[in-house]
Design a protein around this ligand. Structure first.
Ligand code: FMN
Length: 208
C-alpha cells in the first residue's frame, strides 16, 4: 500500500502506523530540574544519539495537554531554562515505572514520587538521575529546534545535548564491554508495544 501522511484512516489503518514503522526506538527517560528546584522525569521515544565524538543525544517534545501554562512539556521547559538534562536508560524491570512517569501531572508534581522512584544526584549537572537505571548520560543543552507546525497549530521541539558524563552500572559490564543482555534496554514499538533484547549476533564489516 501507499499513502501520504495523515491519510492512514482513509487507507484502512485505524491507527497511525508511523511509530510502528520506525521501530524499535530507544527510550530516553529524561530527568530535569526546574529553576525553582522541582525534579521531573518522563520518557521520550523520539530519542536517539546523533554523533559519537563528541557524544550528542536528542529528544523531541510534543505539546503538553495540561502541563506548563504555555502548552510545553516540563522536560522541554526545564532543559531550556536550566541548560541541562539527564538521559536515563530504562531496564526491563523499570518499564512499568517508566510508563507511570508519562502521567500528565501538573507542573511541579514530581514523577519520581508518583512512580515510586529513587532519585540520585548527578556528578556534573543539577538535574537528578533515576537511581536504579543501568546507565545515565549527563547532558549540557546544545540547541532546541522548533519542528514544523502540525495541522492543529502545535509543534514538537527537538532538544539536543552534549553528553558530558556517563554512568554505567557495574553489573552490566562484562570483560570490559557493556553486555547488552544484562543491560537489556527497553525499546518502544508502535501502539502500546515494547521490546527487549533476547538475541544478539555479530556481523563483521567487509575488509577490502
Ligand atoms: C514510552 C513512551 C515514550 C514517549 N515518547 C514521547 C516523545 O518522544 N515525545 C513526547 O512529546 N512525548 C512522549 N511521551 C509522552 C510523555 O512522556 C508525556 O507527555 C509526559 O507527561 C511528559 O512529561 P513532562 O511534561 O514532565 O516532560 C512518551 C510516553 C511513553 C510512555
Amino acid at each position: 500500500m501507499f499513502f501520504t501522511p495523515g491519510t492512514h484512516k482513509e487507507n484502512g489503518l485505524p491507527h497511525n502506523p508511523f511509530k510502528a514503522i520506525v521501530a524499535p526506538r530507544p527510550i530516553g527517560w529524561i530527568s530535569t530540574i526546574s529553576t525553582d528546584g522541582k525534579p521531573n522525569v518522563a520518557p521520550y521515544s523520539f530519542f536517539n544519539a546523533m554523533s559519537e565524538t563528541p557524544p550528542i543525544v536528542g529528544y523531541s517534545a510534543g505539546p503538553s495537554a495540561s502541563g506548563s501554562a504555555n502548552g510545553e512539556k516540563d522536560s522541554l521547559v526545564n532543559a531550556r531554562e536550566t541548560g541541562e538534562f539527564v538521559v536515563n536508560i530504562v531496564s526491563k524491570q523499570q518499564i512499568q515505572a517508566m510508563s507511570d512517569t508519562s502521567a500528565d501531572l501538573s507542573h511541579g508534581v514530581s514523577e519520581f514520587d508518583f512512580a515510586g522512584l529513587q532519585a540520585a544526584p548527578a556528578s556534573l549537572v543539577k538535574a537528578p538521575m533515576v537511581a536504579d537505571a543501568p546507565c545515565q548520560l549527563e547532558c549540557k543543552l546544545l540547541d532546541i529546534i522548533a519542528l514544523p507546525e502540525a495541522p492543529d497549530g502545535t509543534r514538537n521541539h527537538w532538544v539536543m545535548g552534549e553528553v558530558i558524563g556517563i554512568h554505567i552500572a557495574d553489573h552490566v559490564i562484562v570483560d570490559g564491554k557493556v553486555d547488552v543482555l544484562k543491560y537489556n534496554p527497553a525499546a518502544r514499538l508502535g501502539y502500546m508495544d515494547y521490546a527487549t533484547i533476547e538475541e544478539v549476533f555479530a556481523v563483521q564489516r567487509p575488509t577490502l
